[in-house]
Design a protein around this ligand. Structure first.
Ligand SMILES: [Zn+2]
Length: 306
């Protein structure tokens, strides 16, 4: 029964039985593959960024000397029902959560298993709300097709996407929590989409996604981080980050340490990393190499921010 319910949920059936806990589902890779086909220059820019990241990895790198960068944030609320027109307080709760997680000031980082405590890293990236827009839409539920980013399809265009991180907060179908665009893509769709049920820590935010970490995960993608398991489910994929263990596939809900896959014992998967699929209250860190990757994006294709 549980399996059947889960399957129904994955397929986006709103009538799926409720006894199964909600699981994280991120649409970033699907939309990424679509954009790479549409925009060949995006592929070239991603390739260049990967080369720059490799160069930076080879050179001595001191985060201690890195300056704090404050990123301007635009939040575009696109609502179908009044309840989805989330409050300013809820928006502020998300900005606060991002600032906490990206500065490694989250108190629950104490739950990172001992072998990885030394990897918890302050990204020195902070976020400041610059502007909020509110758009009522006839669209009952958006998908990961970027429709929310254009007035022609019931959404709103991003505001200065080269200078500001744009969020769209809206109803999303298929139990999708969010999706992001990697650096170097088309400006017209650049930014991060988050389900209104998983944005911020109050109001419409629903457990187990009410600690603001869907946005932490998606902003990780926006700064060029890949999923921790490398987006293949057979140990062959890589997140191109050296200090995260190779792992087989996504972990869901609240796993018990250790989860060993791909011969990565004794510590197993770093499922408590923000780039896995666990619940908000089970993810606690970015590693130093992930931060290095994000900082390289920030100095390259994302240098217009802040
Ligand atoms: Zn993701």
């Amino acid at each position: 029964m549980a399996k059947k319910a889960r399957k129904a949920r994955k397929a986006g059936d709103a009538n799926a039985p409720d006894e199964v806990p909600l699981r994280r589902n991120c649409g970033t890779m699907a939309v990424h593959m679509m954009l790479l086909e549409q925009f060949p220059a995006f592929r070239a820019r991603q390739f260049k960024l990967e080369q720059d990241t490799a160069k930076r990895r080879a050179a001595p790198f001191s985060l201690a000397k890195a300056k704090v960068v404050t990123v301007r944030v635009v939040v575009n609320v696109v609502y179908h029902t009044q309840a989805q027109n989330i409050s300013d307080a809820q928006i502020n709760s998300q900005i606060a959560a991002l600032n906490r997680d990206f500065a490694a000031k989250n108190p629950d980082k104490s739950k990172v298993p001992a072998p990885w405590q030394g990897l918890v890293t302050d990204a020195k990236i902070q976020f400041k709300l610059q502007k909020t827009t509110r758009t009522q839409t006839a669209v009952a539920s958006f998908s990961q097709d970027n429709g929310v980013k254009s007035p022609a399809t019931g959404g709103i265009a991003p505001f200065q996407p080269q200078k500001s991180l744009n969020f769209w907060v809206c109803p999303l179908g298929g139990w999708l929590l969010g999706y992001a665009q990697f650096p170097g893509g088309p400006p017209a769709t650049d930014g991060v989409v988050i389900n209104y049920k998983a944005f911020g820590t109050i109001g419409t935010a629903e457990s187990p996604f009410n600690l603001g970490r869907t946005a932490t995960h998606e902003v990780g993608h926006y700064f060029n981080l890949r999923h921790i398991w490398g987006d293949t489910e057979d140990c062959s994929g890589s997140d191109m980050v050296a200090d995260t263990p190779n792992s087989a596939g996504p972990n869901f809900e609240k796993p018990t340490f250790p989860v060993v896959t791909c011969n990565n014992g004794p510590n197993g998967d770093m499922f408590m990393n923000y780039m896995d699929y666990v619940d908000d209250d089970t993810m606690f860190l970015f590693t130093s190499q992930q931060v290095m990757r994000m900082r390289t994006a920030l100095e390259g294709p994302r240098s217009g921010l802040g």
